[in-house]
Design a protein around this ligand. Sequence first.
Ligand code: MLT
Ligand code: ZN
Length: 454
Amino acid sequence: VDPVQEWRDIVGGANVLTAPDDVAPYVTDWTGRFVGRHTTVVRPGSTAEVAEIVAACRRSGTAIVPQGGNTGMVGGGVPLHGEVVVSLRRLATVGEVDPVGHQVSAGAGATVEAVQLAAAAVGLRYAVDFGGRGTATVGGSVATNAGGINLIRYGGTREQLVGIEAVLGTGDVVRRMTGLVKDNTGYHLPSLLCGSEGTLGIVTEARFRLVPAVEHRVLAVVAFADVPAAVAAASAWRRGLRDLEAAELVLHDGVSLVAEQFGLPLPFPVAHPVYVLVEAAGSTDPTDELADAVAAVAGVRDVAVAPDEARRAALWRLREDHALAINRVGVPHKFDVTLPQHLLGEFVDRVPAVVTAELPDARTWIFGHVGDGNLHVNVTGAPPDAPALDDAVYGLVVAMGGSISAEHGIGTAKSRFLAMQRSPAELAAMRAIKTALDPDGIMNPAAILPPVRG
Ligand code: MLT
Ligand code: ZN
């Protein structure tokens, strides 16, 4: 049997895309760095259809790349080797919010923003938030354990997950969507599937806890002379600022790039080397609490407080639109790393020289989630494949005791480096899980685990 015909029989001809123009948006990632091969895109409309597609792919030995909003950063969601793309975007239903249990279920194809809006409509809130909210999907955010800007207060996607439905690589459907918060009944499959990047199965639905909505929110941009002062301040705020929601670090060159690219005002009349966006939110106005917390830290050069919602949104864009602005300079090579907090300053000092030692004309842009030690190093002016650059930057990260992936995952971009971070015993355990849940090795085979050399 022709596999494509089989897929058409399962999802209907209109949901199997083969024409180059139709397939193109699914083949290349949004940054333009990961360019896949022309392939077929299958768009199932139900969990049962996903299960039938996986079963058919097992029979034909066809490798699958599951895809949500295609906002990933590590080449884990595009068909680099011509895998069939299974797009989950049609599974976009957001369920009714449970007003007693404070939870909501959503299909893999719903956007993160749709979940946020559903929660907000009943005075609750989905706590995970990041710049790609309007495009990134529930399935992709679960599959990658997306982090984002409020992680310091509420945790990442895994911490919100109270239920999951997924089609495993075996074709079996696992579903546990009761949302019982306390549920010590054996292995916790939601936690395992969260962050598995489509290598064990396809997430079709998820259930999330919601947190109380906050009525009062205030943002300050605080200028510092250097990164260590900013890190020390963020540390003090984590300890002493009860309503702290976010502490995000940006450098002047990144801020001025975003301002210039999108016509936004700069936060201060004069430039300062480092800025931290610090936001507090609570059921009472946290402005005074925030002002006291800012006044209590050393090395503050200037402070801008958003007087209203419009200005707050404009200031946030100076941080959130970094990725979009950098994309306008060139195709970025992204490093998403965590360092021990006390070494963030040293890392920021050292990394540009490590980059230019490999690629003299490349530019390094650094920003990130200073509250949890996660920095984004974006390099423009590098070819899509730059192994010497990868070796140099990850070498520095590992030598300094950091992690090569904080919140973007391993994908295909970093699988070569996984063994730098995980012991042979850990890798063997991961492989055993992979083999059990995906016995034919058809689930996103190029992602996470490096190919076994035989
Ligand atoms: C962000 O926090 O803006 C993204 O995770 C970083 C990136 O695009 O490198
Ligand atoms: Zn980030």
